[in-house]
Design a protein around this ligand. Structure first.
Ligand code: GTP
Ligand code: MG
Length: 202
């Protein structure tokens, strides 16, 4: 899929304020600093579309980007270790979960996991919550440019082993790096397929 246009639409503090309309939507989620905003920039080919930072906690609202005048990407705050008070983290978590549960046109969420770390409790908790609520997802391992191939493989296997205790079949997995562009094709292919199957009147 070729990205012809990508524009910021709005930032919302709650799901009720998100843009109206029938466009299919895809969310990028994961721990703070995992690379959500960078991945949105990488797949759209726009380096400054979503704001990034080396300091965790940069994205604080639900940000909608309209792509090809036909579908939305959303960039959300992270869960986990953002440098913000616990009360703010809790607020973000409530906002994220309500958005996920009530945003009807959200077709698939990309759950990003930093490939450098082994399975983390916050990631596993969030994945299990998604599974329990039957929310469609694709796992995306990020920052693969920072690890050797054998280490990558080892970490992905650890996750798959843990997930297989509760998931059958396992969700799709994409390996990515915003630094090298790896994973772009796989993510856009999945989105193109979901767009094709989408019928807002179902
Ligand atoms: P919050 O909005 O704070 O939750 O963070 P985020 O998940 O949106 O992460 P962001 O895209 O802002 O990236 C965090 C840091 O990681 C930045 O310094 C990025 O340059 C860096 N980064 C993101 N993706 C990659 C990657 O694939 N490879 C490398 N080497 N660095 C990356
Ligand atoms: Mg961000």
């Amino acid at each position: 899929m070729i990205i012809h246009s990508a524009e910021f639409v709005k930032s919302s503090a709650k799901h009720q304020d998100c843009p109206k309309g029938p466009f299919p939507e895809y969310a990028f989620l994961g721990r703070s600093n995992v690379g959500k905003s960078s991945l949105i920039n990488m797949i759209t080919g726009r380096a400054k579309l979503a704001k990034t930072s080396s300091s965790p906690g940069k994205t604080q609202l639900i940000n909608h980007f309209l792509i090809n005048d036909a579908w939305y990407l959303t960039d959300l705050p992270g869960y986990g270790f953002a440098k913000v008070p616990v009360s703010v983290k809790k607020k973000w978590e409530g906002m994220i979960r309500k958005y996920m549960l009530y945003r009807d046109q959200l077709l698939c969420s990309f759950i990003l996991i930093d490939i450098r770390h082994g399975p983390m409790i916050s990631d596993m908790d969030f994945l299990h919550w998604m599974g329990k609520n039957n929310l469609p997802l694709c796992l995306v391992f990020t920052k693969t440019d920072k690890l050797t191939r054998s280490k990558r493989h080892q970490h992905i296997k650890q996750y798959e082993k843990l997930l297989s205790e509760q998931w059958e079949p396992l969700p799709p997995v994409i390996i990515s790096s915003s630094a090298t562009g790896e994973g772009k094709e796989g993510i856009l292919k999945l989105i193109a397929q979901c767009n094709k199957d989408y019928n807002p009147h179902q």
